[in-house]
Design a protein. Structure first.
Length: 386
């Protein structure tokens, strides 16, 4: 088995001991409170992730959060090794400018940029940014966009006239070193074609293993026909504790904070989504608050009050590690994780699950010396899957 890579998440819309955007049914005297997405607080999360051994940190994109490019550029000065997986939308920025920004980020950060290309949220939000294309046309534009950007990163002068984009005499004064890998997700046929041609890492939200296996086979087949190899990653929340009972109690605490009114309002909004991936997330729970463990240790409760990634791995450290290995055996190499609140949950995972995987020879801290590596073949690895 190859070594696993883990990324954390930067909540640039704010944080809490509850799911931001959901209910907050705190009993009197309980710990709680909102945590604004200040640079100071995001620095705490980034430094914790760096110390614990996460490779990078994802920042979201949209009108509901701070700008990912600006925020991560500032956080790069507050960290030393951590990479930043910057989410952005091709319809809002010209390809030549995006290629130039990536090159600048690489030089000033010491090569710590990863790019998460998001084709577009919902049409109403895209229109607020001046983008009036429909969904299929947005994916076509993304394909053209990435084709232009990659040629620019190769040092070429680009003249291109496509259905959606056009550039003439485009060239970078300095190319990025290294070239940032492109992370890309999408569950529709149009998304699959773009991923096969242009993505380095295909991302899926945390569906049950059987569904993830089918999705990997689909993208792998498209990539094979395009003569390319694509790596695979998954986006999940995590609730991990010393015992399974403690982890599920925490999941129940979060669920108890979701008011029926909040669930109905969020579900009504998400039901209008154009996203195939979002439709698949909604189908996992159907708006119900019971039967949320949809596969062993996979809980769909987050998706009741949050769009996008809506599932969490819940269990003891060993159980969560076992589920991670199960996904790895399907072909998942990278895990983008989050938890509420993001500082504390980073430590629960980093101090609880990562050592289990390290001792099994499946992960090593990015800053570890070669002589610190633990040999593979530990009993845990042999016992996973029972």
């Amino acid at each position: 088995m190859s070594s696993l890579t883990f990324h954390w998440f930067l909540p640039t819309y704010g944080d809490s001991r509850h799911v931001v955007g959901g209910g907050h049914g705190l009993p009197a005297g309980a710990a709680g409170g909102e945590r604004p997405a200040t640079l100071g607080y995001l620095t705490q999360i980034a430094r914790a992730a760096e110390d614990l051994g996460f490779e990078g940190a994802l920042t979201p994109t949209g009108a509901w959060c701070e700008d990912a490019w600006l925020t991560t550029a500032m956080l790069a000065r507050e960290t030393e090794r951590l990479k930043f997986l910057v989410a952005f939308r091709p319809g809002i920025i010209a390809p030549t400018l995006a290629a130039q920004m990536a090159a600048t980020f690489q030089r000033h950060s010491g090569g710590r940029l990863l790019l998460n290309v998001v084709t577009g949220g919902e049409s109403h939000e895209q229109r607020a940014y001046g983008d009036f294309l429909g969904k299929d046309d947005r994916y076509a534009r993304t394909g053209e966009f990435l084709g232009i950007v990659r040629e620019l990163w190769e040092g070429k002068t680009v003249d291109f006239s496509g259905e959606q984009l056009r550039v003439a005499g485009a060239r970078l004064a300095r190319v990025p070193d290294p070239v940032p890998p492109v992370y890309f997700g999408g569950s529709s046929p149009a998304a699959g074609e773009v991923a096969a041609r242009a993505a380095d890492v295909y991302l899926t939200w945390g569906e049950p293993p059987a569904e993830v296996e089918r999705k990997i086979a689909w993208i792998r087949g498209l990539a094979d026909r395009a003569g390319r190899r694509v790596r695979f990653g998954i986006r999940l929340h995590v609730i991990t504790r010393d015992t399974a009972e403690a982890a599920w109690a925490e999941a129940q605490r979060l669920l108890d904070g979701f008011t029926p009114e909040a669930i109905r309002a969020v579900q009504a909004g998400l039901a209008r989504s154009e996203s195939e991936g979002q439709r698949r997330m909604l189908a996992l729970h159907g708006g119900r608050t019971d039967g949320l463990e949809i596969a062993p240790n996979l809980w769909a409760g987050i998706g009741l009050v949050r769009g996008g990634a809506g599932t969490a791995l819940v269990g003891s450290h060993t159980e969560v590690a076992a589920r991670i290995v199960e996904y790895q055996r399907l072909g998942i190499e990278e895990f983008i994780l989050s938890g509420h609140p993001h500082v504390e949950e980073a430590y629960w995972f980093g101090e609880g699950v990562l050592p289990v995987l390290r001792d099994a020879g499946l992960w090593r801290h990015p800053a570890a010396r070669p002589e610190d590596a633990t040999a593979a073949g530990i009993p845990f690895a042999a016992g996973v899957g029972r």
